[in-house]
Design a protein around this ligand. Structure first.
Ligand code: PLP
Length: 420
């Protein structure tokens, strides 16, 4: 019996490990698993309860009313050119990314390193050829046009279609692209007819509400993916969306829908009805996002500052809830303690302090690069939101707000610094 070589996703494993330590009575600082700490939008939760009896299958592409809402929402919130006919709904954006790639018999998939853990295994499962695009701390872990050019030149067969996966704001780095960077990338994507899957699942959690969608610069070649998992705190609801460029609204869309109909069938009907409530660009939603954003901005920035003060290299985050600290300035001291790779670093840190991080190697960088992903979600999101509302929007959150909701998170960060 020959089985596929695929492991359980590393992000889920760390969660299990931390849970085991906790049940053994240890205090664990859960910076490993990237799950939104915030409650689901209450209006959406109420709509889900009301729709519990809706047991019928939905269309593979998604319910028309939801697709209309999603298109209108992204047009208003982000200014992208999209209509309901080009929106696909599925149980999570992860399966939509997979389905888009599965639509090709053969493709070269260009994946930045570091990048989210699932892109590479998905590519391999499909039998596509993966080409990694190295990025570095100095260039803010951003893909550059030169690196894309090199990756294209390295393709074994120039006639094989190229798919590039971009993720902005990024997991594991929390960073976005500037307008100039996106313009330059769009030019090279256009030149080489690269289809880009732009994973913008953290777009609405840009801390300043300044997310720049790639589709604004490269409309003809961008499939944008998103969904309820992050900004609506509803990862377990499994609702993802994909927005196709005009030229793929035909044969390509039909192939995606064909694959969808033979695999996931549809996103759950009650969840789609609840999503109709969430996808409304109104005051309630903007308020809900504003509080999440400012809370994440405060904690993300303070965490980055504390780590930097302890000699850890890290960029202040721009969106989502991740940092990608680089511990290489401590390499000699860590080596003296027997720590020479990111896996060892995370294991020693968890054992020594109860702080759970994910090793950089899980995100596709060399094991010896002493980086790790820190998800700053170790707080009670419902309590934090209530405190932020009490504080009011007229006054920016400041230092005195930190102990009100982030004391455990800050203790965890201090534990890392002291351990170093
Ligand atoms: N893309 C990135 C970058 C993620 O971090 C995640 C979840 O962790 C996903 C996609 C998965 O999203 P979904 O829940 O819509 O499948």
């Amino acid at each position: 019996m020959t089985l596929r070589a695929i492991e359980k996703s590393q992000t889920l494993l760390i969660n299990e490990q931390s849970r085991q330590m906790e049940s053994g009575g240890r205090e664990v600082f859960k910076f490993g698993f990237g799950q939104s700490p915030f409650p689901v939008l209450p209006q959406a939760a109420a709509a889900l309860a009301a729709a519990a009896h809706r047991k019928e299958y939905a269309p593979v592409q998604g319910m028309p009313e939801l697709r209309e809402r999603v298109a209108a929402f992204h047009r208003e919130a982000e200014g992208i050119d999209i209509d309901a006919a080009r929106v696909l709904i599925a149980p999570g954006s992860k399966i939509l990314i997979y389905t888009a790639m599965a639509s090709f018999v053969k493709a070269d998939v260009l994946i930045p390193a570091p990048a989210w853990v699932s892109y590479l295994p998905q590519t391999k499962l499909l039998g596509h050829h993966a080409v990694q695009i190295a990025t570095d701390f100095e260039r803010r872990w951003r893909v550059t046009p030169e690196a894309v050019e090199r990756a294209v030149q390295a393709k074994p067969d120039k006639n094989t279609p190229s798919i590039l996966i971009l993720n902005t704001p990024g997991n594991p780095d929390g960073l976005g692209y500037t307008e100039a960077e996106l313009l330059a990338l769009a030019e090279i994507f256009r030149r080489h007819s690269i289809l880009v899957i732009s994973d913008e699942i953290y777009g609405l959690l840009h801390h300043r509400g300044e997310h720049l969608p790639l589709a604004k610069f490269y409309a003809e070649g961008t499939i944008t993916t998103g969904g309820l998992s992050k900004w609506c705190g509803a990862g377990g609801w499994r609702l993802g969306v994909a927005m196709l460029p005009r030229r793929l609204d035909g044969e390509f869309k039909d192939v995606m829908l064909g694959i969808g109909s033979e695999t996931y069938s549809c996103a759950p009907t009650p969840i789609q009805l609840a999503a109709c409530e969430a996808y409304q660009w109104n005051e309630i939603l903007r308020d809900y996002l504003t509080h999440q954003r400012r809370l994440l901005e405060l904690l993300g920035n303070r965490t980055a500052e504390k780590l930097r003060a302890a000699g850890v290299r890290v960029h202040p985050p721009e969106g989502g809830f991740y940092l990608f600290p680089d511990f290489s300035e401590h390499a000699a001291a860590l080596a003296a303690r027997g720590i020479t790779d990111s896996q060892g670093l995370c294991a020693a840190l968890l054992a020594g302090t109860g702080v759970a991080l994910l090793p950089g190697s899980a995100f596709g960088i060399a094991p010896g690069q002493l980086c790790a992903r820190l998800a700053y979600v170790e707080f009670d999101g419902a309590a934090a939101m209530a405190r932020s509302r009490e504080w009011g929007l007229a006054r920016p959150l400041d230092e005195s707000f930190l102990p009100l909701v982030f004391s455990k998170a800050m203790r965890g960060i201090e534990a890392i610094c002291a351990w170093l």
